[in-house]
Design a protein around this ligand. Structure first.
Ligand code: SF4
Length: 377
């Protein structure tokens, strides 16, 4: 099913216009999850409005011609407070879509009214039933699950649709069914599933036996097919790719250039491709930043971002994937932060992350298809 990387086009270099921008209103998070990658989550470093104004000057131009989103990410973005978040959102024009990725613990009626008033789309981080959320704890080390569930209940009370993001650190048999059934009950519209990643300050090993991870994804497809009410992000990507391979159009699926996905940190510094790199420094790559919106317009930073040392090295890594990996047409060459935190550089190819979340995902979908072939097909 996976086409040989060498023959594939797509994804050469960085696009200069992103499809969305990630904004960090504060570095602070009110939780202290064991697998979190954020280095400054105990500190409340807040984004000044001048940073949002500078970003909006570029974003409003892009949103005038195409659909465009701002994703408020953290820290915990709601820890910035409604007044500050509203002040940061104010410079953006009415056509800009706002999304927020939240741990849900601070969501109450007032926040729900805020989301509705600002037509903000909400995605909550929750890892499944109570016993799977042992890693999600408050700063005092107490389980956060009841507070997460209270936040989700407020969203439901207000009739606000929401997405969910779950981290899985133990892809053992039965987990995928349990996970999917849980999110059916929770009532989310879209679900993203991440196998835990080794990145940022989370240095825990993420290597798993191949059959366990492939089996996890195959089981998730089975659970979803029984009741496909939820848009299951990873499975839908895989099925789209599989259909394109069968149609002979797989080469057209990847965009011509990589989406730079700029993350604008609280202080206005811009890190492209991987929010997880923001806040880190390295003797070879510096602070990974391609510039600051306080001194240079965002569109100018992005036009020159390929010249950032590590970005150039990453693009070499994508080309290495293209010429060596049979999964390139599906994956597009992986995630910069995973290469850096796993391999210590950007021009390598395979990582545990891409094995868990790209290669074994696609293999799992195929395993499911093989197991459910009709006799004689
Ligand atoms: S990141 Fe991994 S799966 Fe993706 S193209 Fe590169 S080697 Fe293949």
């Amino acid at each position: 099913m996976a086409a040989r990387g060498r023959s594939l086009g797509g994804m050469r270099g960085l696009a200069t216009v992103p499809s969305y921008v990630v904004m960090q209103p504060t570095t602070l998070c009110n939780l202290d999850c064991a697998y979190c990658y954020l280095p400054f989550r105990a500190a409340d470093r807040q984004m000044p409005v001048a940073v949002a104004e500078a970003v909006a000057a570029s974003v409003n131009r892009w949103a005038a011609t195409d659909r465009f989103s701002v994703v408020w990410h953290g820290g915990e973005p709601l820890a910035a407070g409604r007044e500050r978040l509203a002040a940061l959102m104010a410079p953006f024009g009415p056509e800009v879509e706002h999304h927020v990725q939240t741990n849900a613990t601070l969501i109450d009626d007032a926040w729900c009214e805020f989301f509705a008033r600002h037509r903000m789309r909400v995605s909550v981080s929750v890892d499944g039933p109570r016993e799977r959320n042992g890693e999600r704890v408050t700063r005092a080390g107490r389980p956060a699950y009841d507070r997460i569930v209270r936040g989700v209940a407020a969203l439901r009370r207000h009739g606000l649709p929401f997405s969910a993001l779950a981290v899985v650190n133990d892809p053992s048999p039965g987990r995928a069914t349990e996970l999917y059934d849980y999110f059916l009950d929770l009532g989310c519209e879209v679900l993203g599933v991440n196998i835990e990643e080794t990145e940022g300050v989370n240095t825990r090993d993420n290597a798993h036996a191949a059959p366990a991870v492939t089996g996890f994804w195959a089981e998730l497809v089975s659970a979803w097919r029984r009741d496909p009410r939820i848009h299951l992000r990873e499975v839908e990507w895989s099925l789209r790719y599989a259909a394109a391979v069968l149609d002979g159009t797989a080469d057209d699926l990847l965009p011509g250039r990589l989406d730079p996905i700029p993350t604008v940190a609280y202080d206005g510094s811009v890190v492209v491709l991987s929010p997880e790199l923001a806040g880190f420094t390295d003797s070879r790559y510096g602070d990974f930043s391609s510039g600051s919106v306080l001194t240079t317009p965002l569109h100018t930073i992005l036009a020159a971002a390929e010249r950032t040392t590590w970005v150039g090295e990453f693009i070499d890594g994508v080309e290495a994937c293209r010429s060596s990996c049979p999964y390139f047409g599906f994956c597009g060459g992986g995630h910069a932060a995973n290469r850096y935190f796993e391999l210590g550089r950007f021009d390598g190819t395979e990582t545990e992350h891409c094995r868990n979340s790209k290669i074994r995902l696609l293999e799992g979908v195929l395993e499911h298809a093989r197991d459910h072939q009709s006799p004689g097909a």
